[in-house]
Design a protein around this ligand. Structure first.
Ligand code: 6MZ
Length: 355
């Protein structure tokens, strides 16, 4: 279940720990609340999907452009991703591989297993996972079918271990955003385990004023709301204010909030989903010394430690906690009781299942 490559900063932090420290982190109940399905498919599984895709008769697979076909071939050969641009460049290929229900189910199952099944050491990466994914319409499925396919896999686990967040991509048309939110609400009302709605994708894209009614609808139906916000330095302050006006329960990244935004976030105790490796690798935060996690830790503000995308960032939830524990410069050097408090806050920021 843990057949997944860990490298770079996360690996160094993990390797620096004493066996007793590692045992402490493994035993700690941890919630993963910010993991994107298509960014979290373990590489061996992605490679198998690429082999299956290339071996299938051409008339049964979607037509691919040369660039996407080259991407699939690179995945099959076991590409090593060194830069975030390479990851986003491979997305069309990853999407081609998860564009039909059986392959999407395989991918979802592998991501769930990575986080929730015990590894060789008997420990699971996470006690609880809120997996998120953007519904896609393809030749082989509708968006509703996409959500149901992922839900079928999520619901193989008990409710106290796994749930689904439906992501809206900023590039979606308002009509598609509406379709996704309505499908999420309908499934929740039918007793399915959709717990929230997310906003993700290119932070520069889209007009979020047009999404406002759908966020309101989601909240009215009891769904949790989490928004990627201010993850890049030139994120306009008025866009931050607009997103906060939707009264989100949690925020993704929130790297560049100004003082007025921070004040609102404190007032509402909005949980911040912190993705340390992701921020360092994407270079939105140059160094751990200046990471905004320090600001929230000092104020005892609710945060959750998350992986974001384990494929490109080559991290794991355990490794992110290792970064909290490792002494500087590899990590933040938090004490065991401080880390325990962080993990507890994360568990408390879970969205509520339907009653
Ligand atoms: C913003 C991100 C992201 O939904 O197809 N995604 N959006 N910032 C990030 N930080 C680096 N990482 C991933 O998973 C892939 C999608 O998640 C979003 C992107 O929209 C990406 O297309 P799903 O399962």
């Amino acid at each position: 279940a843990h057949d997944h490559l860990i490298a770079g900063h996360a690996a160094d932090a993990l390797a620096s720990l004493a066996p007793a420290q590692l045992a402490f982190l493994k035993a700690l109940p941890k919630a993963e609340l910010h993991a994107h399905l298509n960014g979290s498919i373990p590489l061996p599984v992605l490679q198998q999907l690429a082999r299956d895709f290339l071996a299938a008769p051409a008339e049964t697979t979607p037509a691919l452009s040369d660039a996407v076909r080259a991407g699939v071939a690179r995945l099959q050969q076991g590409v090593v991703l060194n830069q975030i641009d390479e990851f986003f460049g491979l997305f069309p290929a990853i999407y081609a591989l998860t564009s039909a229900p059986p392959a999407l189910a395989t991918a979802a199952r592998a991501v769930l297993a990575h986080f929730l099944d015990p590894g060789a050491d008997g420990a699971a990466q996470a006690a609880y996972l809120e997996l998120r994914s953007t519904p896609r319409e393809t030749e082989a499925m509708t968006r509703a079918r996409y959500i149901e396919t992922v839900l079928d896999e999520v619901e193989r686990y008990p409710a106290e271990r796994a749930a689904l967040i439906v992501s809206l991509d900023r590039r979606m048309s308002p009509a598609v955003a509406q379709e996704c939110v309505e499908a999420a609400i309908k499934l929740r009302k039918a007793g399915r385990r959709v717990v929230g709605v997310d906003l993700c994708g290119d932070p520069r894209a889209g007009n979020m004023a047009l999404f406002a009614p759908y966020f309101a609808k989601a909240k009215a139906a009891g769904l949790g709301l989490t928004l990627h916000i201010a993850e890049i330095e030139d994120f306009p302050p008025e866009e931050t204010r607009r997103l906060l006006s939707f009264r989100p329960d949690r925020l993704g990244h929130a790297t560049f909030l100004d003082e007025a935004a921070k004040k609102l976030v404190h007032e509402h105790k909005t949980c911040i989903e912190i993705c340390l490796s992701s921020n360092l690798i994407c270079k939105t935060v140059p160094h751990l010394d200046v990471h905004h996690i320090r600001y929230y830790l000092r104020r005892n503000h609710p945060i959750n430690i998350c992986t974001d995308d384990i494929l490109p960032f080559r991290n794991s939830l355990l490794a992110e906690y290792a970064i909290l524990m490792a002494p500087p410069p590899l990590g933040l050097g938090l004490t065991e009781s401080e880390i325990e408090a962080v993990a507890r806050m994360g568990m408390e920021c879970r969205f509520r299942p339907a009653v």
